[in-house]
Design a binder for this molecule. Structure first.
Ligand SMILES: NC(=O)c1ccc[n+]([C@@H]2O[C@H](COP(=O)([O-])OP(=O)(O)OC[C@H]3O[C@@H](n4cnc5c(N)ncnc54)[C@H](O)[C@@H]3O)[C@@H](O)[C@H]2O)c1
Ligand SMILES: [Zn+2]
Length: 351
């Protein structure tokens, strides 16, 4: 086994360890809290390896895709937990990508009003983002992740062996979030070896979460690049995956900051270089999407309490900026499209 790195998420008496590296799953049994007799492993078909918990274990499979991330799946899970005699001193393990860890975490948060959960993350996006920080939840027709709870895990395993079977597109999604961490810290993460790079992303997210667990302020910075990203996901009916949309959203946030005289052109070019160069992601807005549609969708963003709200770079670093004028947003969209040569690779959507 190559080197494992341990990162602690510092949350006082709820602090927990995240173990990152090839073969990290071998540490699972030792990380299980004392007193746990039964374990329910929530997962999907096609996982790259199996888990050894050293306890009486039941495996529960859920379906693939966002349309299975529902209250109904959560109810099914809780009924399975009950059928297998899981007590509130036992453990749920979310074993999969962000979809699995979100729904397993929410079921654990609710079962017996709170049962311990651990995550074994198997996607890059899950490792650097979804499995860390205690946000759990499911979708309802009125909105994504609209129902959920803050419920911190007791431990997280990021076994990099899982990435060997991960489809290329899922890898790109993880890279979109990694590029975001690059801008939040100014560190060139792409230069680090994989174990250190994932561990550093976990550390950055942990530090932000620890400073603002329930997102009353600073945690919102983790939404850098996400306002346009969410609009693109909806406008393309999810033809664009989340991380792909974040890549475009990061470059857009830079153009908007420049239009608002918060940063200079060199800093915009920095964003393009990191997203397109270091992470080999497309930063092009897909063709066929009207600026007015994107503007309207951005106005519906969860952060938009006081008019259009963005997370933007500026002289004081990256911060939440409310009341952004619609004219600036439209100007930034035009500037971004104009700067993208016709030959830029992009997803074509609509007519
Ligand atoms: N809680 C949070 O803070 C947070 C943060 C970001 C995203 N999320 C949520 O995470 C979800 C997206 O997560 P995701 O990108 O991991 O996607 P995902 O969990 O839907 O996984 C994508 C697909 O890859 C498969 N897969 C997983 N691991 C694999 C592996 N090692 N090899 C081959 N296939 C594998 C899955 O079975 C699934 O079909 C969204 O629901 C999003 O809302 C949550
Ligand atoms: Zn994201």
């Amino acid at each position: 086994m190559s080197e494992l790195v341990t990162v602690t998420v510092p949350l006082a008496d709820r602090s927990y360890r995240v173990i990152v590296g090839h073969g990290a799953r071998t540490k699972l049994a030792d990380m299980i809290p004392e007193g746990v007799r039964r374990v329910a492993v929530v997962s999907q078909s096609g996982m790259p390896f199996t888990l050894e918990t050293g306890r009486e274990t039941v495996q529960i499979e859920i379906g693939h895709g966002e349309h299975h991330k529902t209250v109904s799946t959560m109810e099914t899970l809780c009924r399975e937990f009950a059928a297998h005699g899981l007590t509130r001193n036992d453990l749920v393990i979310g074993f999969g990508g962000g979809m699995v860890t979100d729904v397993a975490g929410f079921a654990a948060a609710s079962y017996h009003r709170g049962t311990a959960v651990m995550h074994v993350s198997t996607t890059l996006l899950g490792m650097v983002d979804a499995a860390i920080g205690g946000k759990t939840g499911v979708n309802i027709p009125e909105g994504k992740n609209l129902v959920g709870a803050f419920w911190q895990p007791s431990g997280v395993i990021c076994d990099l062996d899982a990435l060997e079977t991960l489809p290329e597109r899922e890898v790109r999604c993880g890279h979109g979030e990694m590029a975001k961490y690059h801008f939040l810290t100014g560190e060139d993460l792409s230069a680090l070896p994989l174990t250190e790079r994932v561990a550093r992303c976990v550390e950055i997210k942990s530090e932000v979460v620890a400073s603002d667990e329930r997102e009353s302020g600073r945690r919102a910075l983790l939404n850098y690049g996400h306002t346009l990203a969410h609009a693109l996901e909806i406008a393309t009916d999810h033809a664009m995956a989340h991380g792909e949309a974040v890549a475009v959203g990061l470059v857009f946030a830079a153009h908007l900051a420049e239009v608002m005289n918060r940063i200079d052109t060199a800093r915009v070019e920095d964003h393009i270089r990191v997203v397109e160069g270091d992470y080999a992601l497309s930063a092009a807005i897909p063709e066929g999407l009207a600026d007015e549609l994107l503007l309207e969708l951005m106005g519906r963003d969860k952060k938009a309490i006081e008019g259009l709200t963005f997370v933007l770079d500026g002289p004081q670093g990256i911060e939440v900026v409310p009341q952004v004028p619609a004219a600036s947003v439209l100007a930034a969209l035009r500037q971004m499209r104009a700067s993208q040569s016709p030959g830029t690779p992009r997803t074509t959507v609509g007519s």
